[in-house]
Write a protein of this length. Sequence first.
Length: 407
Amino acid sequence: MTVESTAARKPRRSAGTKSAASASTTGTTSAASKRTAAKKSPGATGGEPELVQLLTPEGKRVKDATYDAYVADITPEELRGLYRDMVLSRRFDAEATSLQRQGELGLWASMLGQEAAQIGSGRATRADDYVFPTYREHGVAWCRGVDPTNLLGMFRGVNNGGWDPNGNNFHLYTIVIGSQTLHATGYAMGIAKDGADSAVIAYFGDGASSQGDVMEAFNFGAVYNAPVVFFCQNNQWAISEPTERQMRVPLYQRAQGFGFPGVRVDGNDVLACLAVTKWALERARNGEGPTLVEAYTYRMGAHTTSDDPTKYRADEEREAWEAKDPILRLRAYLEAANHADEGFFAELEAESEALGKRVRDVVRAMPDPDHFAIFENVYADGHALVDEERAQFAAYQASFADAGEGK
């Protein structure tokens, strides 16, 4: 299996760069206001949409007056580390998808194509920051030191999470869409009252941005000046619903209605995601309140393994985004700058193969779920109806054994 990409190696299309609106919201979508914003805001790519970019799809480094400072001291070793993070998290994700297809997992939500957004933002956090994920932040979990195999227990049905949230300051995966943003905001309000020098980051998708919980979190975060970063991975599809059917303005501009800044970043550019998230977290720690970061990226695979994106998405759209693959673009930069040689890539290939084998072995060794666990912890003090349902289920299970004995 190729470790860098499951996307086809197609000729890259030139994106070009020019100064454009990025770190500040404009309040209107008129052409005049866009031109004004472009003059005021540094460091974004040309064309639509306007966003912060430090590494082009061809792997060329571009400068940005605002965000360069946040990656100015990055070393070749750290760049190789970012590349390794993306390659290994993609390999883990690919193995999990394959395991689900083989019947080893009940469901899987792939992160394919979103590695740069997750690794860049994840590596921007400090150990004392607290992360609130959804159910697709496998790359962020990797950055927070969560064993990737621990992510799979919930999808196999053997546990409700698999890790101690306080062990890595990484909350359990949240299935209810958008609710974790309120949890994150409340936690941020709490650490602010405690006087802690740390920040909180909440992850969610473009679909979740239309949830009322997210709007409430924005409002609470703004009113209480909470040290929280709202990190939206805009992969452009809320299951089968495109973003243009959800909103009339760019997603990052929603922040202005709540009184805090929003910025759109190239979500396939790991350096830009790292820099912008560092900037946003720094604002939070300095008592400047929330920031909305919109990482503009693309979901290469299905929403989950129960979804078929070919029913609602054009092949040409995916092919265009394959040319912007986040792993291939960083590799091109590493090779052009002589920051990595073939020995590095060969060693990483071997490490990727070893990770894939470990994931397969661990999952297949997991025990079957306890069928009666669904009746535990429903009520704190128990409930007669639950006891009745447990008894009915026990009788149902026993009927299979009885049927076998009758043969």
